[in-house]
Design a protein around this ligand. Structure first.
Ligand code: ATP
Length: 418
């Protein structure tokens, strides 16, 4: 295999402090790679090693099969360029001069830039939307503009591999997408290998062929977004409880952060069991907030495929389910009752009731009769507006009210008190 980059058993230390530990990976030519991981996990240090700015303790880096240390400066610059995290420049160059510096690997000593160099620089300025800034002083433009100018310099360098350290950190959302699209275009049209450090996991998923997830100087996981962006890996690296979803608009994964694991009250988690009567996509907020607060949550009866069912599965909750689009059977009703029996509290979301799911309301009422605390989260609708059983559901709800049903407007009311 002809790799653009090979890294094997790389160890690097700042003053004896090991910051990269036994890093190994291979990158094929023409791939789009994101390196992600929490602050201080070693991403920038890795990129600086890959750009030959540092000397590792051990291990090796090969660029197109050749040891990076064996390249001459100009030869290496034709192969790799780096857009660093810190784009401040100590001298007062114009934007144009800075971008022209990207041409240095192609200029012979004492030879001036030629027509072609000027053309390439102008193109790079235009592509990064910085052409209008060309005569300005590099230190008298905004951070985001300077970031784009440094990217223009990398484009002018026409290297086959571009490393970028958080290239979107100073950019507004419009310029972020614009830049990532530009990198993707370079990647697809010219076969440029792109390796970038990025904090936005969702953008990483959207643009990358592969992702490298780092934590504490080590690689936690590497592979395609589907392989790397899992609840388990994100929890391991970031200590963050997330849901991983598929974005139907971009056909890529995205994460929804729920809570930091260390913010969950572990005692509460062990002590209180909540059964949520859900369905029809009415319980997303209830389930995620209860999970976030650390309660032991179960859900029922929900139809397989319903969005409440999907969320419950993603959160690894205990679920009593029924076949898709089917009425609640006697069997699942019984299972629901068992789950209610084991719970301290039952929470009903604002489910519209029809013939198919009236048994859920009956189950909640049974719970009330068993002496359980039962709450109805009546957030968006008045509870008498979601009855499609010609009054039967409403009758049960009215009886429940008399027997102690607690009506709240939002789940926050419960989590604050409960
Ligand atoms: N020049 C340096 N001298 C000593 N230690 C350093 C130096 N630069 C970084 N470190 C340390 O090395 C570790 C890795 O830092 P690095 O900048 O590579 O992390 P990172 O993943 O890029 O972080 P961030 O997301 O915050 O940019 C951190 O513990 C950091 O404090």
């Amino acid at each position: 295999m002809n790799y653009a980059l090979e890294v094997e058993n790389l160890n690097f230390a700042y003053r004896k402090q090991l910051v990269l530990k036994d890093i190994s990976f291979f990158i094929e030519k023409g791939q789009f790679i994101s390196i992600i991981g929490p602050n201080g996990s070693g991403k920038s240090t890795l990129l600086k090693n890959l750009s030959n700015l540092y000397n590792p303790e051990s291990g090796f880096i090969k660029v197109y099969g050749k040891d990076i240390k064996k390249y001459r400066t100009k030869e290496l610059a034709k192969n790799i360029s780096l857009v660093p995290q810190d784009t401040t420049i100590s001298y007062d160059f114009t934007v144009f001069d800075i971008v022209m510096m990207g041409r240095f690997p192609y200029l012979d000593r004492f030879k001036k830039e030629n027509e072609k160099d000027f053309k390439i620089v102008a193109e790079a300025l235009k592509k990064t939307n910085t052409f209008h800034l060309r005569n300005r002083n590099i230190n008298e433009i905004s951070g985001g503009e300077r970031q784009r100018v440094i990217i223009a310099r990398a484009l002018a360098q026409e290297s086959e591999i571009i490393f970028l350290d958080e290239p979107t950190s100073h950019l507004d959302i419009n310029h972020q997408i614009d830049l990532l699209n530009l990198l993707k275009q370079l990647n697809e049209e010219k076969g440029t290998t792109i390796i970038l450090v990025i904090h936005d996991i969702n953008l990483a998923c959207r643009y990358s062929d592969k992702i490298i997830l780092m934590d504490k100087g080590e690689i936690v996981s590497k592979g395609t977004p589907i392989e790397v962006i899992t609840r388990k890996n994100i929890e391991k690296a970031y200590g963050l409880n997330v849901i991983v979803e598929e974005n139907p608009y971009t056909d890529s994964l995205y994460i929804v952060p729920l809570s930091l694991n260390n913010s969950i009250d572990q005692n509460k988690k062990r002590n209180k069991k909540i059964h949520v009567i859900a369905g029809g996509g009415t319980s997303g907020e209830i389930l995620s907030k209860l999970e976030e607060k650390g309660y032991d949550v179960s859900v029922g009866v929900v139809n397989v495929g319903d969005s409440d069912w999907q969320l419950a599965k993603k959160l690894s909750l205990d679920v009593v389910d029924e076949r898709p689009f089917s009425a609640i059977s006697e069997k699942s009703f019984k299972e629901n009752m068992e789950a209610i029996g084991k719970s301290d509290v039952v929470i009903l979301s604002s489910i519209p009731y029809g013939e198919g799911n009236l048994k859920n309301l009956e189950a909640a009422y049974n719970g009330l009769k068993m002496g359980k605390k039962v709450y109805l989260v009546n957030k968006y609708t008045k509870y008498d507006k979601f009855d499609y059983t010609e009054g039967e559901g409403l009758k049960i709800l009215e009886s429940m009210k008399k027997d102690g049903l607690i009506i709240i407007n939002s789940i926050d009311q419960f989590t604050k008190e409960g």
